[in-house]
Structure formats: C-alpha cells, structure tokens
Design a protein. Structure first.
Length: 255
C-alpha cells in the first residue's frame, strides 16, 4: 500500500531519516473483533489441545500472486488517503521466490507508480521479510526476518536476530545496527471490517527491536499485529511505533 498510506509514508520517512526505513502493511477503521478462540498464553503450559495442534499454512492466508490487491483505510485519516497494496512481481531466484509488494495512494486497478516497495522471500516453506525501498532510500536485513511458515499452530513463535543496513541515494550500504524480531501466532479470531466479516482469522503479532550503533538514536520498538483471512490476505493491522498507535482495515480487495 502507499508506503502504508499517507500515514505510512510519514512513518517510513521518519525511519529512513533516522537511518532506517520500516516496512508496514494493512488494515483500519472502527474495528470490531469477536469470538477470540485458541488464544495462546505463553505463561501456561497446559494448552496442548487439539486446536493448538492444528496446522496452518501462512500462504493459504496470504495469497501472493502477481496482481493481487488490497485497499485499506486508516482510522482517523480522511478516506482520500486510503492505501493500496499490490503484488507487483513474483519470480524464481535460485533457491527461493522473490515477491515485491508495492504500496501507493491509488485506486484499485490503477497503473499509478507504487511509491514504496517491500521485498519478501519464500524459501524452505517460510515467509521471510528481506527489505524495503522508498525512492532512493533502501533498507535490508540479514538474515531475512521469519514471519511465518507452512506449518504453524497457535503458539508458534519465530525469532530472528538480524543486522540492518541502509543506503540513501548512491551512497554505500551502511551497517546501522542490530535487532531482534519475534513473530507469534497468538490465536484464531472472527473479525469484522468494512468489507465484511471473516471467521477463523490468524492473529499474528510481530515485535521488532532495533539497536543502532549510533547511540544518539533511540532504540526503535515496533509492534505490528495482523489478522489474516484464509484466501483473502490481511484484513486488519494494528501498529505501535514511535509511541504512536494506528489501525488499518480492509475496505476492498482483488485476489
């Protein structure tokens, strides 16, 4: 979507100016969550239920075919600033697939240029977040961040310790610091958004912490929670970043 919208664009700009560009995603509006089930409590050890053992394939819930599109509204932001995410390309590259998702403030089906690109890898059954581009600003992480795989259950947790690198304009890549990310499948939930009601959505929380080598830059915690509907994609996202909180909701899509 448009650099995660006007809002996202602003967030990414601030991150890049700090030496980091942070990728976002989708969702918004006056969100209503109902019937939470199979919620994972990491403090309890007696949750070995049948539901907990059910397996879920992230790719069944996040269809990544070229041309797929999702439009989101941001709570509290005028409707003319709705964001769109579009799968721009999916290509084979040796031992993995490379997926590029563009974001822009455009209409469904529009050919307008995507302002923000996020790069995913599909490798060894996992969904990996590799980096992002915003104009002449580029960010990538090494190793790529694991966000899910094809055999998850409620409580599945993916931890990645990574280094992050930034390049602005034609400058050389600069090693900005290190970080750790944790993605957890928290629960299955029914959720209602402007485009409709979806049952048994995967609720996946992603927590990222960045530690810059430049100690004048504060640590940058990011908490991003997605609700994925099977066969549809992300129907809602909440974002906590830089002491701010935002919600995104799906209002239209084409998959």
């Amino acid at each position: 979507m448009k650099l995660e919208n006007l809002l996202d664009k602003e967030i990414s700009r601030r991150m890049f100016l700090a030496g980091l560009a942070m990728e976002l995603f989708i969702g918004c509006s006056e969100n209503k969550i109902t019937n939470p089930r199979n919620r994972y409590d990491p403090d309890q050890n007696d949750q070995n239920t049948k539901e907990r053992d059910d397996k879920f394939n992230i790719f069944d819930y996040f269809p990544l075919e070229t041309g797929n599109e999702w439009i989101y509204a941001i709570k509290g932001i005028p409707s003319e600033n709705n964001d769109i995410d579009r799968v721009l390309s999916v290509r084979d590259d040796v031992d993995k697939k490379v997926v590029v998702i563009g974001s822009g403030n455009v209409s469904l089906g529009s050919s307008a240029k995507m302002e923000y690109h996020h790069i995913y890898y599909i490798q060894n059954g996992s969904l990996l977040s590799y980096g992002s581009d915003y104009g002449d600003d580029h960010l990538y992480v090494e190793p790529p961040i694991v966000e899910g795989n094809l055999s998850m259950s409620v409580g599945s947790r993916f931890v990645t310790n990574f280094n992050f690198y930034n390049k602005i304009n034609s400058d050389e890549w600069k090693h900005m610091g290190k970080g750790v990310s944790t993605f957890t499948l928290l629960s299955l939930e029914d959720i209602e958004v402007p485009v409709g009601r979806f049952e048994n959505c995967l609720r996946i929380e992603g927590r990222k912490n960045y530690k810059f080598f430049d100690e004048s830059i504060d640590r940058t915690p990011i908490v991003k929670t997605h609700w994925f509907a099977k066969g549809i994609g992300k129907v809602k996202t909440s974002l906590e970043i830089l002491q701010d909180y935002y919600e995104f909701e799906l209002i239209d899509y084409s998959v």
